[in-house]
Design a protein around this ligand. Sequence first.
Ligand SMILES: Cc1cc2nc3c(=O)[nH]c(=O)nc-3n(C[C@H](O)[C@H](O)[C@H](O)COP(=O)(O)OP(=O)(O)OC[C@H]3O[C@@H](n4cnc5c(N)ncnc54)[C@H](O)[C@@H]3O)c2cc1C
Ligand code: SF4
Length: 434
Amino acid sequence: MLETLTYFITIFLVVVIPTVYIYKHTKHTKKAKKRLEDSMKRGLMEPVSLHPKIDPARCISTAACVPKCPEGNILGIVNGRAELVSPTKCIGHGACEAACPVEAISLVFGTERRGVELPHVKENFETNVNGIYIAGELGGMGLIRNAVTQGREAVEYLGTTLSKKYSDVLDVAIVGAGPAGLAASLQAQKDKLKCITLDQDDIGGTILSYPRQKLVMTQPMDIPLYGKVKFREILKEDLLEMWYEIINNTGVEIHTKEKVEAIEKQNGFFKITSSKGEYFAQRVVLAIGRRGTPRKLGVPGEVSSKVAYRLLEPEQYIRKKVLVIGGGDSAVEAAIALSEQKGTVVTLSYRKNTFSRIKEKNEHKIERAMQLDKVHTLFESTVLEVKREKVILTKKDQKYSLENDYVFIFIGGVMPTAFLQNAGISIQKKFGER
Ligand SMILES: Cc1cc2nc3c(=O)[nH]c(=O)nc-3n(C[C@H](O)[C@H](O)[C@H](O)COP(=O)(O)OP(=O)(O)OC[C@H]3O[C@@H](n4cnc5c(N)ncnc54)[C@H](O)[C@@H]3O)c2cc1C
Ligand code: SF4
């Protein structure tokens, strides 16, 4: 009896466990290879900013880094070493770096081929322009906790440099109401500074553009006037709710839908010119992130309230006629989400003759939606004008008039480089540097 038991245990240890391991490993490797090939085919190989660089000489393919990535499926083992198989999805958590037992991973900005432009920022968050500070992702470090910490610390620091004698100007103007700008605004309120916060869009910054119900991974952080938050995971919607509650309870003043267009020094102060007016402040905190400003079409009627650059709640558009403009993942995902609403008529206008650089999953979905006539796609079309109840387009020199209630534009973003340079801030390009 004992002999039989020993026999089975031995078989289990020597045959079953290694076989299961090899099977799983091979399956994983195949999937990772496929993902990498797909990213290459679609030209999705350049990470946005901070990302892991794997030293092939050090990597011993333990795969310890692979499951640690909170975004999932970004790293994989290919040809016996770790690879970034979905580079554009990496948001720089850095969990992979910490997980690697042989220190084969380092976090770097940009790649050898594509540099990342970073503004010059000192340790106290001040730029080369005395009095202008940068907090959050714009400075290079992504993630919510980093943004909150930097926003808070930048204001704590600049508060010590203010002069009390200028009662007719603001102490500080904060540009951006993402995590960095919100934390900066709360710290300014805590320190009783005269402050204004302006955002071209809405409260929440990049969080607003996360997919619905996204599980946001973060780390405990200290929010001024609120205290420590200890959660490590939270749904996007609950995180936004938390920010709204904090803003309501503290009464922090945030001007949304007000874009800052220029910052210049005038008589010793900063003149901040926005889409709605002018402000004068002793100090400025730029917390504008790295996602840029949505690119505009520049056609008549675009300023109308029926035009948007983000889709938050597709259910709002039940039984409406909507036009989505663009051919990337954001446009395609929006068109698909809208086409799933009851009675919504969706047209997608794209200037090229086929979709390029979109995820395989989206490609399948949009093809299916087109086959089922749920999304009507106008390739090689250009929008000429947005009117109250219609949109005018051309397709192969032919003019179309489309009945329309809402327009969504997803044609990329304009990086804030020129805006920063005009304010005097110097920019450096990093090519894969730590
Ligand atoms: C898909 C995705 C998933 C992510 N998941 C996570 C996660 O799970 N955990 C995590 O920690 N991080 C995550 N991140 C990263 C995180 O969202 C960012 O690092 C963080 O939001 C940066 O905060 P910020 O305040 O610096 O900038 P942002 O959040 O980008 O906010 C910048 C704000 O500035 C405004 N702005 C820009 N220009 C102007 C202007 N000229 N005038 C006025 N306002 C302007 C914008 O409208 C925006 O509201 C994710 C990012 C993405 C894209
Ligand atoms: S840096 Fe982060 S998002 Fe990128 S692969 Fe590592 S754990 Fe994933």
